[in-house]
Design a protein around this ligand. Structure first.
Ligand SMILES: Nc1ncnc2c1ncn2[C@@H]1O[C@H](COP(=O)(O)OP(=O)(O)OP(=O)(O)O)[C@@H](O)[C@H]1O
Ligand SMILES: N[C@@H](CCO)C(=O)O
Length: 321
């Protein structure tokens, strides 16, 4: 997370008056992440995460995100639960932003994922898809195919550097390709859509937490796998680690089997997932928020990942027969 919005002591006290969590003992901004403002909140009742929702989160989607966290946690999934205020709601307002207080989960994210972490990730993702399948609310994916061209066009209109300008024709050609070939009928349900290494906590050899549901939506299950293949299976030198990919995919299918069609479309879905993060990173790079405690992420990393998937023809490249 990041900190875009500061909270005064009075605002924090007024917020806590609405909960049964006692007085604030401390409240510290968390520098990690790029999307929302997050604070580690310590009150007389313990530790919590206070999140203020920022630009990419539409307030009308918050009942979906918070409800999903409750649904998953009730189903035994390792999601934190939003804390309920005295009036029964789990959504409040602080410093002019929608805000929620979320259960704090123990565990640590990994900097260098091993193949074993990838196997656990695969199982966890399939569990999320399975437990999420009877969640009643729905939300379409606002960062899927239909959003990529407008996002690309808004990058064209920013004052970019020559480096980004060099990439733009290739990105346009890729969007053309994806618009022509994107599938419209694969197994679907609730997906996390941002399950990067910083969003899973491990404790010893198990997953202790999955956080950050603010891109969750209804979309193809295999698209969630494509996002994870991109986020977890490339090394820092840009090389693809086929062992990690195999572990991730095999871990997943221990819990939920793939259809043949899902496998056939996986390389294309990986290209789409690469374009999605390339574009949002490029947009953020070109539109940095002055004074915010946030480190923008590298768009080029995702251009290189895209080039890898463009050369893939079958799932053998991801370690499957
Ligand atoms: N429920 C939780 N329990 C413990 N720590 C948490 C919890 N939620 C968030 N954090 C901490 O806050 C950090 C940022 O959270 P999160 O990833 O949700 O932010 P974000 O801005 O939405 O980030 P991203 O850029 O990944 O979308 C995490 O890396 C973690 O350190
Ligand atoms: N996980 C995203 C940031 C949050 O959307 C990225 O690495 O670009």
């Amino acid at each position: 997370m990041a900190v875009y919005t500061e909270i005064s002591d009075d605002e924090l006290d007024a917020l806590l008056d609405q909960y049964d969590l006692g007085q604030a003992l401390s409240c510290k901004g968390i520098a990690e992440g790029v999307e929302n403002s997050n604070y580690l909140l310590h009150t007389e009742a313990g530790y919590f995460i206070l999140t203020l929702y920022e630009k990419r989160v539409n307030a009308k989607d918050l009942p979906f995100f918070l409800g999903l966290m409750e649904h998953l946690a009730a189903g035994g999934f390792m999601s934190p639960t939003p804390i309920t205020a005295k009036d029964g709601s789990n959504l409040k307002e602080v410093a002019g932003r929608p805000a929620a207080i979320i259960e704090f989960l123990d565990g640590r994210s990994v900097r260098r994922a091993t193949p074993n972490h990838c196997a656990l990730l695969g199982q966890t993702l399939a569990l999320l898809h399975t437990i999420g399948s009877d969640f009643k609310l729905t939300r379409s994916n606002t960062l899927s195919l239909a959003s990529w061209r407008p996002l690309y066009e808004s990058c064209l209109n920013s004052n970019g550097s020559s480096l980004e300008d060099d990439l733009l024709p290739d990105i346009a050609a890729e969007i053309d390709f994806l618009e022509k070939h994107w599938p419209n009928d694969l197994p679907s349900g609730v997906i996390h859509a941002d399950l990067f290494p910083d969003n899973i906590f491990f404790l010893k050899d198990r997953v202790s937490g999955v956080i950050d549901y603010y891109f969750a939506c209804n979309d193809f299950f295999a698209y969630d796998l494509a996002i994870c293949l991109n986020a977890w299976c490339f090394e820092t030198d840009g090389s693809f680690n086929i062992t990690k990919a195999r572990k991730l995919l095999n871990g997943y299918r221990e819990v939920r089997a793939f259809s043949q069609q899902e496998l056939e479309f996986l390389p294309l879905l990986c290209r789409g997932a690469a374009i999605r993060f390339l574009l949002t990173r490029l947009y953020d790079w070109l539109n940095q928020v002055e004074g915010a405690l946030v480190k923008p992420k590298d768009p080029l990393e995702y251009f290189k990942k895209l080039q890898f998937h463009q050369a893939v023809t079958t799932v053998a490249a991801y370690g499957l027969d």
